[in-house]
Ligand binder design. Structure first.
Ligand SMILES: [Zn+2]
Length: 329
């Protein structure tokens, strides 16, 4: 009797251990074996919606469009926040640790934060995806390879390139939450079509700018993908990152270009002080060329909620309309 009782207890204990091991691994991501055999049967839903963190507004907007209310989303970098210089707070680190899934731009855009994100990803407890790293390097523009910065991180400024990021976000969500795969797939397909329409619109609008005036001068070098995709010569006061200061010589070079090409307007950016752009205007004026501020472009962050650039599509639409209005005939 005693031996039998002991055996029963051991058996029960082993079952408990087995249960404890199986539950977290099997429940969230895998459909039961029977469902695998019959593809029509939906995957088991998650106990709770995925807790997703996105660094930039552009990425957060994509997650919102693709996942809608199927995930719980935190957007770290709000309107007007410069991703190059933003340092994660204690509270941000907690937000990262509590997430199921983190999307960040990568390619050293979030230069003060990406090492921490890499470490969290390597720990294996949170799925961390640097969307820029998933792109084919042949589609990327070089940055400063000699400084350990191989690629320009402003990938959202080429809408076709950004569509590939949309598919990366879709695929990651489908993999982690297969119960809503069809929702993610349909929303991403619709979004890709909308982005393609705006891409075509942007190409058409650039044609309204006289060829010699297709020069886009901005505060920092965020628009190189834009220039490549839509046929504009792009020049900036500051480099690709906002971490380095512009020099007097940088400002004079741009003022000379304004004079040479009779550029009618140059642009300030929502995340950067207009000081350097104003210095270019003053230097051009000394040379006898009146150039005005053509408007504010959204380079690295979305605009305020409720404004004309509070989504990726609205931001890109605002930018092309502002550029054409200022440089067009
Ligand atoms: Zn930038």
């Amino acid at each position: 009797m005693r031996l039998q009782t002991l055996a029963a207890l051991l058996c029960a204990a082993l079952l408990l251990v087995a249960c404890g091991q199986q539950t977290p691994a099997a429940a969230p991501t895998q459909a039961p074996a029977a469902a695998n055999a019959t593809p029509q049967v939906a995957a088991a839903p998650l106990d709770e919606p995925l807790n997703v963190v996105a660094t930039t507004g552009q990425i957060a907007d994509a997650v919102t469009v693709i996942a809608q209310d199927k995930v719980q989303l935190t957007n770290l970098l709000g309107p007007g926040v410069d991703p190059h210089t933003y340092v994660a707070t204690e509270s941000d680190l907690q937000t990262f640790q509590n997430a199921d899934l983190i999307f960040y731009n990568g390619l050293r855009l979030e230069a003060q934060m990406d090492r921490v994100l890499e470490q969290i990803g390597a720990s294996g407890t949170v799925k961390v995806v640097a969307v820029g790293d998933t792109l084919d390097p042949l589609t990327l523009l070089n940055w400063e390879p000699e400084a350990g910065l191989p690629y320009d991180p402003h990938i959202w400024n080429d809408m076709r390139l950004w569509t590939r990021v949309i598919y990366t976000i879709r695929d990651t969500l489908m993999e982690m939450d297969p119960a809503h795969a069809s929702v993610y797939e349909a929303n991403a397909a619709r979004y890709a079509t909308e982005i393609e329409t705006l891409h075509e619109y942007t190409l058409e609008q650039v044609q309204r700018i006289p060829q010699e005036r297709r020069v886009l001068i901005t505060a920092h070098d965020a628009f190189n993908y834009y220039g490549r995709a839509y046929g504009l010569q792009v020049e900036a006061v500051q480099g690709i990152s906002t971490e380095s200061e512009a020099s007097v010589a940088d400002i004079q070079v741009l003022a000379d270009l304004v004079l040479e090409r009779q550029v009618p307007a140059i642009f300030i950016e929502s995340t950067i002080s207009p000081r350097t752009i104003e210095a270019v205007i003053a230097a051009a004026r000394e040379g006898g060329q009146e150039v005005r501020i053509g408007g504010e472009l959204y380079a690295d962050a979305l605009g305020e909620p409720g404004g004309d650039a509070d989504t990726y599509l609205k931001m890109m639409r605002h930018n092309i309309d502002t550029i054409v209005m200022a440089l067009g005939a």
